[in-house]
Design a protein around this ligand. Structure first.
Ligand code: NAI
Ligand code: 15L
Length: 276
């Protein structure tokens, strides 16, 4: 049986990182190292081999219930990044994201894991207009099957807290890349440094119950009131402003383009993908 996260020294015995072969997984593999004696790295895709005793590589398909239960045994906290990260046909989303997140929480319950950090997404609220300012309690308006799956994940997190006391911080990540790639991302950008800080605080802050926060840096023109992140002690250090000249050198976006209208940008116009 695993124990609750311990606040002392912000270090746990074993943290599981799903999605470890992905864009953010590779970044966090390095940056979460100080926070666990052992980082268990998992993905369905190939992961670079373990670099020492501080890492374990455990391949796993998140839709495989038995494999997920074996994966989670012995972990003290889970940073759940794994799954389909873009808009795709529903069947793909169903397997990786919907069955996947359920399997993760059910295994957490079975194996006594008491803390999860869930990589949710701004696409849970993607059909809100960019002219709106939302806090974490705003009505969800998912912008596709992917956004629906993240909305489901947030509900699973709430249910597993209410029923079993498993605490989660669901981070509605905006756009976490080395730099903002377009005008929309000037509002949604989350630097890797701020992402790491938010995940650290999400693992170690006691008593989070199920908290939903936005994952964004200290950008100038934001759409989200992130006051729900204050109790975590999250204070973003970076801002998209340093990239403004570069981004604004790009051709202008037509006012009718979803990237200029909706918070979810182009995701609001992707799919359907033929017969489902
Ligand atoms: P990514 O697509 O690079 O990484 C996701 C990883 O999940 C991949 O390595 C993939 O192989 C793995 N995966 C997919 N299906 C799987 C399955 N059935 N079993 C096990 N692993 C599976 O995405 P990225 O950018 O690293 O994002 C990480 C997480 O953060 C994702 O959950 C994504 O939805 C979320 N997120 C990311 C944002 C960003 O700006 N990078 C924004 C909002 C949310
Ligand atoms: C996401 O949820 C995606 O995973 C990521 O690839 C970006 O597209 C991001 O949202 C975004 O909205 O910019």
């Amino acid at each position: 049986m695993s124990t609750s996260p311990q606040a002392s020294n912000n270090k746990l015995r074993r943290i599981l990182l799903t999605g470890a072969a992905g864009g953010l997984g590779k970044v966090l593999r390095e940056r979460l190292r100080p926070f666990a004696e052992i980082l268990r790295l998992s993905d369905i895709a190939a992961i670079a081999p373990s670099e020492g005793a501080h890492e374990e590589v455990v391949p796993c398909d998140l839709s495989d219930k038995a494999a997920v239960h074996a994966l989670i045994e012995g972990c003290d906290a889970i940073v759940h990044l794994g799954g389909v990260s873009v808009e795709r046909p529903f069947e793909e989303i169903l397997e990786a994201n919907i069955k996947g997140v359920f399997n993760v929480y059910e295994a957490a319950r079975r194996h006594g894991v008491k803390r999860v950090v869930f990589a949710s997404s701004n696409h849970v609220i993607g059909f809100h207009k960019q002219s709106e300012r939302l806090d974490a309690s705003a009505q969800r308006r998912p912008d596709g099957y992917y956004g629906l799956s993240k909305s489901f994940g947030e509900d699973v997190a709430q249910f597993y807290f209410d029923r079993y006391g498993i605490e989660t911080v669901s981070i509605r990540i905006g756009s976490s890349f080395p730099e903002p790639l377009n005008r929309r991302m000037m509002s949604t950008w989350l630097s890797y440094r701020d992402l790491t800080s938010l995940i650290e605080k999400s693992i170690f802050t006691p008593g989070v119950k199920h908290t939903i926060v936005y994952g964004m840096s200290a950008n100038r023109d934001v759409w989200w009131d992130n006051s729900a992140a204050a109790p975590l002690g999250f204070v973003p250090q970076d801002t998209s402003e340093v990239f403004r000249d570069k981004v604004e050198a790009q051709p202008p976006v037509a006012p009718t383009d979803p990237n200029a209208i909706y918070q979810g940008g182009a995701f609001t116009a992707q799919g359907p993908f033929g017969d489902q």
